[in-house]
Structure formats: C-alpha cells, structure tokens
Design a protein around this ligand. Sequence first.
Ligand code: NAP
Length: 265
Amino acid sequence: MTDSLPDYRLAPNALQGRVIAISGAGDGLGRALSAAAAAHGAEIVLLGRSGAKLEAVHAEITAAGGVASAAVFDLEKALANDYDALTDALQRRYGRLDGLVHTATLLGTLAPIEQYDVPTWCRVLHVNLTAAFALTQVLLPLLRAAADASLVYSTCQIGRRGEAYWGAYGVSKFALEGLSQTLAAELANVSTVRVNTVNPGAMRTAVRRHAFPYEDASRLAAPTARVAPYLWLLSAASRGITGQTFDAEPAPLPPPALPPTPTPG
Ligand SMILES: NC(=O)c1ccc[n+]([C@@H]2O[C@H](COP(=O)([O-])OP(=O)(O)OC[C@H]3O[C@@H](n4cnc5c(N)ncnc54)[C@H](OP(=O)(O)O)[C@@H]3O)[C@@H](O)[C@H]2O)c1
C-alpha cells in the first residue's frame, strides 16, 4: 500500500488517442471514470450489463464532446462465444486497446464464512474474479497490440487485510490482487503492458449502500473524486509501473502512541 500518494495530476489531453475499455461503466466509479477519461481525450468502450445505463453514460460523454462506444456485457451470464464476439468487434473497430479497467463488482451478502451461502459465493467469485480473468485473457492480444497498454483492477482495503463478514467479496478482492501481481510478473520482461490495482476507498455508490444501508452517504466521497489514480495509470505518466497497488486516498494515520506506563517504585 502506498503511504504517500504519487502526484496524479495530468494534462487535460493526457489520454488523447487512447482506446480504453471500462467494465461496470454504467454506474458508480465506472461511470465517473468513463466520463473523466473521455474528457482527457480517450475513446471509451463502455461495458456494462444495463443497456439503459450505458446509453445514459454514452449520452453524457458525447454531450461533453467526448467519444465512446458501448457493449452490453453481463459478466455473470457471458459465455465463451460472448467473449469472442466482443473481442472480434473491438479488433475490427480499433485493432488494439490502450487500457482496460475492471470496476464491475458484485457484493453478495455480508455473513460469517461458517454460514456463507454457497451459490452466492460462486456468483460473487464468478463476477468479481473469474469474469475479470476471462475478460483480461481474451483482450490481452489487443492490449499487447498497443504501444504501452495499461490494465487496472479495482480492489478494496478488505482485499489487502481480511475483515470479518466480508465473505466472497473480500476474498475476491484478495484474489484480484493476486491475479494482478501474477500477470504483471508474467508480462514484465516480454511486453509493455502494465498491470496494477487501485483501491478507490469509500464512495457514495450502490455497492457501498448495499454494504452500509444505514450510514449517512452524504459524508462519503463522490466517485468523481476517486478517478485520479486510474487516469494516471492509464496515461503515459505511469509507463513502466507494474505489479503495484495504489490508493485513491492516503492511508489513515496510525493511532497516537500511548504514553509510557509508569513503572512502580
Ligand atoms: N463504493 C465503495 O465504497 C468502494 C470501496 C472500495 C472499493 N470499491 C470498488 O470500486 C469498484 C466500483 O464499485 P462502485 O462503488 O462504483 O459500485 P457500483 O456503483 O455498484 O458499480 C458496480 C458496477 O458493477 C456492475 N455489475 C455488477 N454485476 C455485473 C455483471 N454481472 N456484469 C456486468 N457488470 C456488473 C454494476 O452494473 P449495474 O449498474 O447494472 O448494477 C455497476 O455498474 C468495485 O470494484 C468496488 O469493489 C468500491
């Protein structure tokens, strides 16, 4: 984990000419990142499971003068031929991918491991991990075809240090860190593709609302406030950086040291 954050500031056109695919683009962080990356000049491939949500993001981007295309892609239901069809379509249209960001996620339930529902476990691991792996695998040739492509997985604090009751969601985030490091090591000396993870931190989105239905969401950051490390990792500014983890907000300060215990006598 990074204690002090890199300087994520970028020039307004830092992503000009880059084609970037974003999963979970219909809502939350994925939506905010899609709009921000388009505003920095990238052409965005919006991936999501709701056509209506993708249309809304597409309209927002084009209204602001950006460029995007959209594909409905349900990570829970997609089969091998759906992955192949997506890859063929991107190959024909762009011939390469300069970036791939995974933000799509399923929370599942918060429950002790001892009582965790097995079908829910399988769904969450499938959407959050297996589908992210499969999407990465089919799109890797397109990423390799770009000059310096960047692959980013979205993780979470509870995927770096286990906490009770986060079940399949927490375990899937640990696994994404492992997937990212494994792939980064495999590509390090044979490709310019860089692979990293970002923990965006607590944000005012649907997944957070499901996890903490009674908290005051107005105190949380909007997802637009958490896109900076993603934009930086997608830009040339992060060339050569791979196998690392990043945070969108600084690590909390350690608790103050306790005063020394007086010794008797
Ligand atoms: N929010 C936080 O406090 C927080 C904290 C740490 C890490 N994160 C991470 O940040 C990332 C973005 O989450 P978020 O906060 O933006 O949550 P969000 O608003 O709930 O977004 C999750 C996205 O995943 C999509 N999705 C869910 N199931 C899918 C499926 N089967 N196929 C395709 N897409 C699917 C959702 O689509 P629909 O819109 O159709 O449901 C939605 O667009 C996640 O990886 C999350 O783990 C979030």
